[in-house]
Design a protein around this ligand. Structure first.
Ligand code: UDP
Ligand code: MG
Length: 318
């Protein structure tokens, strides 16, 4: 049996060595399995690539070999995962983070499910040690809305830690090639035998999350104004502004109605109605714009990722 392990890396210089030591200690225990370790360096700006190169060059490879993929720039976690899946040669692939928040100790349990005919093993995060109350709340709200929109098809604490069989790998390689991606969603809706295991995510081994609110916001604003068609969704922000303005007008009008000087009859109703209509109108245009933007991304058909360097070592066992 051959298993591919897909590791997405963006600025993980302080975690990589510890991650590899821990992963190695797990995979060396199962010497009857051959492992393909796929490092995807998603345009790291730190020394991650050097650390990967050192591991690949100096490690005494036994029941594993390495595939190293270096992107031309940062394409994001989803792109890194699909690149790994595209290059996996195993009977199954396991996607995991490089910061030890996806404990390698879970791998044998995942493989046990795979051997027992599960084509997809989802890892449900029952606890996350580094998330504040706010981030947990946002995550909950996200899943509530997401589930409402998708008729409850998704598990609420699903993570980017999962195992997929060769058949599912082929599906992701040949279909589901959208530019706006959500892999952990795809693998929940394509059917096949599925199992869910739960795990507790420890805090990051080192470094900081790449998904804090400030960086997400900055990234979003940058994307809007540089060349993203999301500029179209400016109507969404106008709708937010209008909802604020109309609330002020509504409150003012209600106050005038009860306590102010005499106003012509019907004025308050008109104002409230008008303000609300505009808010809703802009909101609907915003939704259309979001959809239009996503469609435009697909039509442009740009690559999901670009590879600068790709290399594979040999298995040294034989
Ligand atoms: N990552 C990546 N590209 C990015 C951002 C993150 O490949 O643009 C990797 C990162 O190195 C880590 C995983 O994706 O292995 C998850 O990222 P992070 O730990 O920052 O997210 P969190 O666990 O806080 O959700
Ligand atoms: Mg993390």
């Amino acid at each position: 049996m051959k298993i591919s392990i897909v590791v997405s890396i963006y600025n993980e210089q302080d975690s990589l060595t510890a991650f590899w030591e821990e992963l190695k200690s797990i995979i060396c225990n199962s010497s009857d399995i051959e492992y393909q370790i796929i490092w995807i360096n998603d345009g790291s700006k730190d020394n991650s690539q050097k650390i990967i190169n050192d591991i690949v060059l100096n490690d005494k490879k036994e029941n594993y070999y390495f595939t190293t993929i270096e992107f031309s720039r940062n394409f994001g976690h989803e792109a890194a995962m699909i690149a790994g899946i595209d290059h996996s040669e195993g009977d199954a692939a396991i996607c995991m983070d490089a910061d030890l928040q996806h404990p390698p100790s879970q791998i044998p349990l995942m493989l046990k499910e795979f051997v027992h005919e599960s084509e997809i093993v989802l890892m449900e995060r029952i606890k996350r040690h580094d998330n504040g109350i706010f981030k947990n709340l946002m995550s909950k709200i996200f899943y509530v809305i997401f589930n409402k929109l998708t008729d409850g098809a998704f598990k609420k604490n699903s993570s980017d830690f999962f195992l997929i069989s060769k058949r599912v790998i082929k599906l992701l390689q040949n279909n589901y090639r959208e530019k706006n991606r959500f892999i952990r969603g795809y693998i929940q809706i394509i059917g096949f035998n599925k199992t869910t295991l739960s795990f507790e995510a420890p805090s990051r081994f080192a470094g900081e999350t790449n998904y804090n609110f400030k960086s997400l916001f900055k990234l979003a604003i940058n994307a809007f104004f540089v060349f993203s068609n999301k500029l179209l969704s400016i109507s969404f922000y106008i709708s937010l502004l209008f909802s604020l303005l109309s609330s002020i007008v509504i409150i003012y009008s209600i106050y005038q109605y009860f306590f102010g000087s005499k106003v012509p009859s019907g004025y308050t109703t008109l104002i409230i109605f008008n303000s609300m209509c505009f808010t809703i109108l802009f909101f609907l245009i915003a939704i259309l714009s979001f959809y239009f933007g996503k469609t435009a991304d697909e039509i442009k058909n740009r690559p999901i990722y670009l590879i600068k360097n790709l290399s594979t070592t040999k298995l040294q066992k034989e």
